[in-house]
Write a protein that binds this ligand. Structure first.
Ligand code: ADQ
Length: 456
């Protein structure tokens, strides 16, 4: 098995050295790679990280390979093409789009470097699994070198409507890159349909059911919704120290209801409109003053980009404005932390909260949603309809994050929900989250990969 992704699945810690990175993907795929043996190819994020690293060190069954990039390549491929072009367009955020030819040039170079590393590592019979929007050109490049390779792709963010995708000056080249695959996975059917429509309209490809017939081959396009490591979150949230901390947090908040928001600080996550909706809620419903507290946790992300710095300033300002206006006695309506927490600490928030406000403007899936359901006892989930998760978690209180009045009403619905209804909805949500579990997801995807493509 050869996995290619922008990031490696290990992170360095002072105490323990290299350990698995936090996050579903590393948790799900490292055991698969260890079982099958193989290679994980990623960019070298830090010059001190080894370019070849057997893992685990004592009895290695896989190797991590890191591709060194020059400072400019990294800036243009990662911060430029990936995060200033593909990220905003796939999330329908055209106001953040910054098109530069140099970004695409670096993207081609780096994708070629990845493809070459994969071809070098390849042994006949290997499965190749490429991840996400950083590596769209890789499948076609591998296909040219190894015509009968078994190549799959998993796309972690939304695939936008064709009319939005086509705005990209390189839309056809990038699509052709992906059509080097045998199998392409998305989170939900909507993205599958958008992709098929893009291939049909922009390339004139023939579509049959969920297959693209392309250059004498068949590319299957399927929905494989990703999950989290459910057992880990369920166990963490039951730990004595986590339960105690959750109690303490609730007491500290001096509120009857605790609402939480947990996100990377990213303009797609809808943090600002969520704060504005909460502000509006406090204006319209003074009876809740002193009784409800909103705790927003945002982890720093892509801090070198101006649009992220700007968002940080706007969030700081909104929090200050709301607290300046509404706080009284010991009640502070909004608590805000700009930092990264451990999963134990996140579980304290999940367990303590009555309501999670997860209202991205767009999100491929959104894993915080599932983490909350796994770790909470019977909290209410207010969820944006514009997330992949909303296609699956139908018992959440669903909202359009662009509709401020609707958001205000959703907060009220969540707070006033009768206890039987809350428990009933939670039971369904929990069942779905268990079904989505990331280990099952990996197993199902591997099974799909093993179906050999047919010639057309
Ligand atoms: P992300 O955009 O990163 O992922 P998400 O799925 O919500 O979004 O995952 C975020 C992760 O970061 C969660 O595991 C969460 O626990 C963690 N996190 C958030 N805030 C944190 C904090 N303050 N401290 C520590 N950890 C924090 C992309 C796509 C998503 C898709 C995933 C998986 O954008 O749509 O669900 O990939 O495919």
């Amino acid at each position: 098995m050869i996995i290619a992704a922008n990031r490696a699945p290990l992170r360095y810690t002072e105490d323990e050295g290299w350990v698995p990175a936090i996050g579903g993907l590393a948790t799900a795929l490292l055991p698969v790679l260890q079982e099958q043996g193989g290679v994980w190819i990623a960019m070298q994020e830090d010059a001190k990280a080894p370019t070849r690293q057997p893992y685990p060190p004592e009895a290695p069954d896989l190797e991590i390979q890191r591709i060194p990039l020059s400072a400019q390549e990294r800036t243009h491929y990662y911060l430029g093409m990936s995060n200033r072009v593909l990220w905003p367009i796939c999330h329908y955020m055209l106001q953040h789009l910054e098109l530069e030819r140099a970004y695409m040039e670096a993207y081609r170079t780096v994708n070629r470097r990845f493809a070459e590393a994969i071809v070098r590592a390849y042994r006949p019979g290997d499965f190749i699994w490429v991840h996400d929007y950083h590596l769209m050109l890789v499948p076609h490049l591998i296909r040219q070198a190894i015509p009968d390779a078994n190549i799959s792709f998993f796309w972690h963010i939304p695939w936008p409507a064709m009319e939005v995708y086509r705005i990209l000056p390189w839309s056809r080249e990038l699509l052709q890159g992906m059509l080097g695959c045998d199998l392409i996975g998305f989170h939900v059917e909507e993205y599958v349909e958008n992709f098929l429509e893009s291939a049909r309209y922009l390339l004139g490809a023939e579509i049959e059911d969920n297959r693209v017939l392309w250059e004498g081959r068949e590319v299957r396009v399927e929905a494989h919704p990703i999950g989290i490591d459910v057992a880990r979150f369920e166990q963490l949230s039951e730990r004595e120290d986590v339960r105690r901390e959750a109690e303490r947090l609730r007491e500290e908040m001096h509120a009857e209801w605790l609402l939480i928001g947990i996100d990377r600080l990213d303009y797609t996550k809808g943090i600002l409109s969520r704060l504005q909706a909460f502000e509006q809620f406090l204006k319209e419903y003074p009876a809740y003053h002193g009784r409800v507290t909103f705790y927003q946790v945002a982890t720093p992300s892509r801090t070198q980009l101006e649009s992220y710095q700007q968002l940080k300033r706007e969030v700081d300002e909104a929090v200050g404005r709301i607290n300046g206006f509404f706080a009284r006695d010991s009640w502070v309506p909004v608590h805000y932390r700009y930092r990264t927490y451990t999963q134990e600490e996140l579980c304290v928030f999940y367990r303590a909260a009555d309501v999670a406000l997860i209202t991205p403007l767009r999100d491929g899936m959104n894993l915080v949603t599932q983490e909350f359901i796994a770790a909470s006892r019977s909290g209410v989930l207010v969820l944006s309809e514009l997330t992949g998760a909303a296609h699956l978690l139908r018992e959440a209180v669903l909202v359009n994050p662009y509709d401020r009045d609707g958001m205000v009403q959703a907060i009220r619905t969540a707070l006033e929900m009768p206890v039987e209804e809350r428990i009933e909805r939670f039971r369904f949500l929990k069942r779905t989250v268990r079904e989505l579990d990331v280990h099952r997801w990996a197993r199902r995807f591997l099974e799909a990969m093993q179906q050999r493509p047919s010639e057309v």
